[in-house]
Design a protein. Structure first.
Length: 707
């Protein structure tokens, strides 16, 4: 079939796409200035007439998808960048956004050229002078790379079409336009058809575990959009499977929302709407869009995989309603059944091959005071409750991409108000499981102390490890609402957190307990002296602490080995001493040192400034814990058994002696042990003068092994 397209704007984008498929016969008519109505000619003409630059480009890409996939890894992302490319705003206003986005990327989507790259390239080509004279290095690097692609070179060399330009239409005042929403370095795609003051988002956690950092991203995005559009955010517990749910989890979720500082309008439960959901279940059965199936689970799984219809798929409406009542009563027959949507057993997305909508559980629902044992699954209940509660935009992570058509199918078949599904990328961390089921396995097998263990990616676990909530919010903000695949390195999270906690951390001294050296300062008295020093000299607001001075102190062997006789060193938060005698053992380890205090010494003149503690019975015995990743591999997949890839060295303990003042700190307080690391108090001082600190990651990238 020959394709002819007519457009009223310069056809460079569509033309560029056509260059990637030279076998297609494409004839651009540059002199056409009026938009033609789309017309598909009859079979005799063998000619298809299309209109619209972007329509033509996407159509060509679909025709050529077998030879060259210009839709990339995620078709849904294409529309986001086409929206930018077709915006009525001056394209130069997007340079900063594009530059930041391309900082760590070669292409806009995945690892190959897609429609997104071609659309943006055409716009950059039109703004060539402004771009090349700008400071946007990453955007210029990408543009130069694209310019070397043969098809793009060909486009650069063609003569421009002389076409009358249209004036851009002004966006409606009642709507937020296509301009990207920016906050710091972050990027938030605008919500489609969002009306100021009318946007309603929702965060629907399932109370089957604690919230983790992925849930935090979803929650913060919902809050951001609700606030940006002057709307509201709802919190709704998805309690459709009460066998997995606990009051402990509900309480923890509410505490985490408070910890994150989330502002929401109301709290509801899916079970609040069970009466309406049951009515819709009967309606969809009566209209023949669902059926009741008693096929065994394993057989059903095999049939769905192979696209084989169930023997019950076309049974009568009367039989379906009869079996549904059996399900509601929880009879032996009913418990064998599920209600399935009648969609398409040959669908490309296996989730659309007659998925289950209702199933039986063993006990009645604790919040629904009726003896009913059949309950809706999330895919059936969610769009109904979203519609009932007035949700305008249902934000979902990209793991739901294949389920989004099912969401709309339910809305269409029930003829209910259809919220707009808006997708963002799921947040994943390297070396870390993010599935509640897998995290629950760690808890159940006693490999961790609980859902709030510092090794866990849960909100409570991260807080126990010393993460600042402000740092977490910044981490989510930097990602924005991108739909790009996200497997993050966690050091970036901790780097943002460090910038927040550093000025707030008081400084204290501690030395490794395994290898200490006693230093005697010969010209001082043996009495213990107390002086006041700032907890952190760069932040006077933290107040002062007591520093205890004595003529006998402990230092670390690593420092002692570097000293020379007559060398002057600085004892931090005290003053200078001059080394007079160094006694070593046969293995060259230092056993003791004698020194003289130099009251006139200047710390600015010394090269070595060391930590120390007085020789005193009240010293605190510290257990310093370094927390590692839960997994020994970067990412899990379906073929790997969790128990085979556990990082067994994820809790490493070292021992130290610390300042007397450390004993006054409470659980959850952050601090810095000078010349060591940041820590958070995990266990406060006990009767045996012991404390446990967990190290807070400092945000430095891991060292790469040299080959």
């Amino acid at each position: 079939m020959e394709i002819v397209f007519h457009i009223a704007t310069p056809p460079k984008f569509a033309l560029l796409v056509s260059y990637f498929f030279p076998k297609l016969k494409v004839k651009p008519f540059a002199d056409t200035v009026q938009l033609l109505e789309p017309t598909l000619c009859n079979a005799k003409t063998k000619k298809m007439i299309l209109f619209g630059n972007f329509t033509i480009a996407k159509h060509l890409a679909r025709l050529g998808i077998k030879g060259c996939d210009l839709f990339g890894e995620d078709v849904s992302q294409i529309d986001q960048w086409l929206e930018v490319a077709s915006s009525s705003e001056p394209f130069q206003s997007y340079f900063s956004l594009l530059n930041n986005y391309l900082q760590l990327r070669t292409y806009f989507i995945g690892n190959t050229v897609t429609l997104a790259d071609l659309a943006i390239f055409v716009n950059c080509l039109q703004e060539n002078k402004q771009l090349l004279n700008s400071k946007f290095v990453h955007l210029k690097r990408w543009f130069n790379h694209m310019s070397m692609i043969p098809q793009c070179k060909r486009l650069i060399n063609i003569k421009p079409f002389k076409i009358q330009k249209k004036k851009p239409q002004k966006p409606k005042k009642s709507q937020i336009g296509r301009k990207k929403m920016k906050q710091g370095k972050s990027t938030y795609a605008p919500l489609p058809n969002a009306v100021k003051g009318q946007v309603v988002t929702r965060f629907p956690p399932e109370p089957s575990g604690f919230l983790h950092i992925g849930h935090a991203k979803a929650c913060l995005l919902n809050e951001y959009y609700a606030k940006f559009y002057g709307g509201k955010m709802l919190v709704r517990f998805d309690d459709t499977n009460h066998l997995k749910e606990k009051e402990e989890y509900k309480k923890a979720i509410l505490e985490d929302l408070a910890t994150l500082g989330i502002k929401y309008k109301t709290i509801s439960y899916t079970s609040d709407h069970f009466d309406v959901i049951y009515e819709y279940a009967e309606q969809i059965l009566k209209e023949g869009n669902c059926y009741i199936d008693d096929t065994p689970q394993e057989v059903m799984k095999e049939q769905r995989f192979n696209g084989i219809e169930s023997k019950n798929r076309n049974q009568s409406v009367e039989e379906n309603l009869r079996l549904f009542k059996e399900m509601l009563r929880g009879t032996e027959l009913g418990k064998k059944c599920v209600m399935r949507a009648k969609i398409d057993m040959k669908h490309d997305f296996k989730i659309m091959r007659d998925p289950s909508m209702f199933r039986c559980l063993d006990t009645p629902h604790p919040r629904y005071k009726q003896d009913i044992l059949a309950f809706p699954l999330y895919d059936f209940a969610c769009p109904i409750v979203d519609s009932i509660e007035g949700v305008t935009h249902a934000l979902r992570s990209d793991e739901y991409n294949e389920r989004n058509p099912l969401y709309y199918w339910v809305c269409d078949k029930l003829r209910i108000r259809k919220p707009i599904v808006h997708t963002f990328s799921r947040l994943n961390l390297q070396f870390t499981p993010m599935s509640k089921r897998k995290l629950g396995w760690f808890v159940a097998t006693n490999r961790v102390s609980g859902w709030d263990d510092p090794r866990f990616p849960t909100i409570k676990g991260l807080v126990k490890r010393g993460l600042s909530i402000q740092g977490l919010r910044e981490f989510v903000k930097v990602q924005g609402s991108s739909r790009s695949a996200n497997l993050m390195e966690d050091y970036k999270l901790w780097a943002l957190s460090k910038s927040v906690i550093d000025p707030e951390c008081p400084r204290y001294n501690a030395i490794d307990k395994k290898d200490i050296v006693k230093v005697t300062i010969t010209n001082l008295k043996s009495e213990l002296e107390t002086v006041s020093r700032p907890k952190y000299k760069n932040n006077p607001k933290l107040g002062n602490k007591n520093v205890y001075l004595k003529n006998e102190i402990y230092i670390e062997q690593a420092d002692a080995k570097t000293f020379a006789v007559d060398e002057e060193i600085t004892l931090m938060e005290w003053g200078n001493v001059i080394i007079k005698k160094i006694v070593k053992q046969e293995n060259e380890a230092v056993s003791r040192i004698e020194a003289e205090f130099n009251p006139k010494g200047d710390w600015r003149t010394t090269k070595k400034k060391i930590t120390w503690i007085p020789v005193e019975n009240k010293l605190v015995n510290l257990t310093l814990v370094t927390v590692g990743h839960l997994l020994s591999i970067v990412k899990l997949n379906k073929t790997i058994k969790l128990e085979n890839v556990i990082n067994e060295n994820n809790w490493i303990e070292n021992f130290a002696l610390g300042d007397i003042e450390l004993g006054s700190l409470k659980v959850g307080q952050r601090l810095q042990l000078q010349r060591k690391n940041y820590y958070i108090v995990h266990k406060a001082l006990d009767e045996e003068n012991k404390m446990v600190f967990v190290q807070i990651p400092d945000g430095r990238p891991p060292k790469k092994n040299k080959k």
